[in-house]
Design a protein around this ligand. Sequence first.
Ligand code: ACO
Length: 347
Amino acid sequence: MTISLSLFDIDEIGCVMCNQRNAGIIGVGSAVPEKVLSNADLEKMVDTSDEWIRTMTGISERRMAADGEATSDYATKAAKIAMERAGVKPDSINLIIVATVTGDMQYPATASIVQNALGCKNAAAFDLGAGCSGWVYALAAANGFITSGMYDYVLVIGADLLTRVTNWTDRSTCCLFGDGAGAAVVGPVAEGEGMLGFDLGSDGSGSHVLCIPDGGSRRPLTHETLDAHKDKTHMEGREVFKFAVKIQGEATERLLTRLGMTTQDIDMLIPHQANIRIIDSAVQRLGLPKEKCYINIQRYGNTSAGTIPIALDEAIQEGKVKKGDTIVTVGFGAGLTWASGVMKWVY
Ligand code: ACO
C-alpha cells in the first residue's frame, strides 16, 4: 500500500520516494588526522596481532586526532573543501547538519560550532545522532528540506573522533575505530538527477549492544564508572555483526525494489566501513563485482558517521564515479539503526 501525501509517497514500511523538485550532492570533501596508528602500534598496547586484525576486520591502520583537536575541526575542514568544490559560498548555506556521536561537547550542537567556524551566518544548525548510519540519515533529512522548497543549500557532514571514546584496554574494540569527517553540499538539481529514495530504520531493542553506557542522563559519570571505562564504547561485536550482515542487503534490496530498480542498476556501492567481512557479505548478497564497491577500511578503520562520505569523496577523486552513475550508500550502527540511499550522480 502506498499513501500519497503532498510532498512524498510513503509506503507501508517507511521507504520515502522523492517526487518534488530534486535534490542532489553538488560537492564533497573529507578530512582525516595526520597521525597514523598502525596495527603494529596496537600490538604494543594490547594482546593482539596485525594478522588477527587484518583477517578479522580488514583494517591495517587508522587515523587519530591530536590532543586538543575536536570533531568540529575535521567537520569544518571537510565542509570547506565540499563548499569550494560545489562553488557555494558560506552565506548561501541555509542549514548545517552534523551527524556525530562524538560531538565537541554534550551541548551545544557541534553543527553550531561548525557554523561559526565556516562563517555560515544564514544557516540553521543541528546535530543528528544515528550512530554510523547518521550521515545517510542526515542526507535524507537534507533531501526533505530541499525537495519541500524550505531550503536551497544544506551542508551534510558526518564526523566522529571515535578514538576519543575507545577503551584502549579492550582488544575486542580498540583495533576497530578511527577519526575523520566527510561532508557534502546538497542543493537543487535537474529532474531525474540526485537523490531517488531512502530506506531508514531502527531496532531499539538492540540499543544496549553498541553504546557508551555512562555519562548520559541515566547514569551520570562518577569516579567508579570512569575507572571501569563506562564512558567508552561498549560493543557486543557478534550481535552487531549478525545485524549488519542481514540489514545491509535487506535495506538495499527493499529500496531498489521500491524504486523499480535491481542490483544490476548499481554502478557503485559505498558501504559503511566497519568490517571487511560485513562489506564482502553485502557485495556477495547483492551479486556485485568487487570493483563496484568502494573500500578504504584498510586505511581508516571505522570512523562512524565519517566512513560513507569519506569513501564517497575518495571514490570521486579517484575517478571511480561519473555523471549519471547510480550510487547506493548503506550504513548501520548504534541504535541499532540502518540507512540506505540511492542517487544518480550529478557531476
Ligand atoms: N586480537 C586478538 N584476538 C582477539 C581480538 C584482538 N584484537 N579481539 C578479540 N579476540 C579474540 C577473542 O578474545 C576471541 O577469543 P576466544 O575464542 O579465545 O574467546 C576470538 O578472538 C573471537 O572473538 P569474537 O569477538 O567472537 O570474534 P568475532 O568473529 O565476532 O570478531 C569483531 C570480532 C571483529 C569485533 C566482529 O564481531 C565485528 O566486526 N563486529 C561488528 C563490529 C561493528 O561493525 N561495529 C560497528 C561499530 S559502530 C560504532 O561503534 C559507532
